[in-house]
Design a protein around this ligand. Structure first.
Ligand SMILES: [Zn+2]
Length: 187
């Protein structure tokens, strides 16, 4: 159990570091015209983040239940990863100009999962990271740059909400499935 939580903390650290790296790079690579990210009205943040946390806990439970309750670390790893995605608003917090949601990017999640795969070496944790990322995007509103930090063309999130939510649930189930299978071999 302790090992599970260590894995979860290490995964959060990698994920958060990658969000910050993407945010830092985007400050240099995003053209002037796309540096239009702003902080959402402060009063709306708690409600938005609460929604993200609740969906994260829900998906963590989905993954855990599918594991027959054997990996409760997912129930706190999932919401943490969901919320950590918003660390890319940090420059706006300091009133710096920045592009919109630089880590809400497909390139971000591909590279981050690749790094998690190399360091953590757990297929179920890769699936949890994918699930958390798509869960986050399914709750956000407005626009996102799917090819940040290379290209800052913005797309409307509303059009992708359902596929992203389906992807989030599918990856949560996948996490439970591959986790159970790998445990079956180990135990
Ligand atoms: Zn967000």
């Amino acid at each position: 159990m302790v090992a599970e939580f260590k894995t979860a903390v290490a995964t959060c650290a990698i994920y958060a570091a990658m969000v910050l790296v993407f945010t830092a790079i985007s400050l240099y690579t995003a053209p002037q015209g796309s540096q239009t990210g702003t902080f959402r009205p402060v009063a709306t943040i708690p409600y938005h983040e609460l929604l993200l946390v609740l969906l994260g806990i829900g998906l963590g439970l989905v993954a855990s239940v599918f594991l027959w309750g054997r990996n409760w670390a997912f129930v706190f790893l999932m919401p943490l990863l969901v919320v950590l995605t918003d660390l890319d608003h940090l420059p706006s917090y300091f009133n710096w100009t920045q592009p919109i949601r630089p880590a809400h990017s497909l390139i971000f999640i591909i590279l981050t999962v690749a790094l998690i795969a190399m360091v953590i070496r757990r297929r179920d944790v890769e699936f949890v990271s994918l699930s958390a990322f798509f869960a986050h995007l399914s709750i956000d509103t407005g626009v996102f740059p799917p090819f940040s930090p290379v290209d800052f063309t913005y797309y409307n999130l509303n059009e992708f909400r359902i596929p992203f939510l389906v992807a989030a649930v599918a990856f949560a189930l996948g996490a439970g499935y591959v986790g159970r299978r790998s445990r079956g071999k180990v135990d």
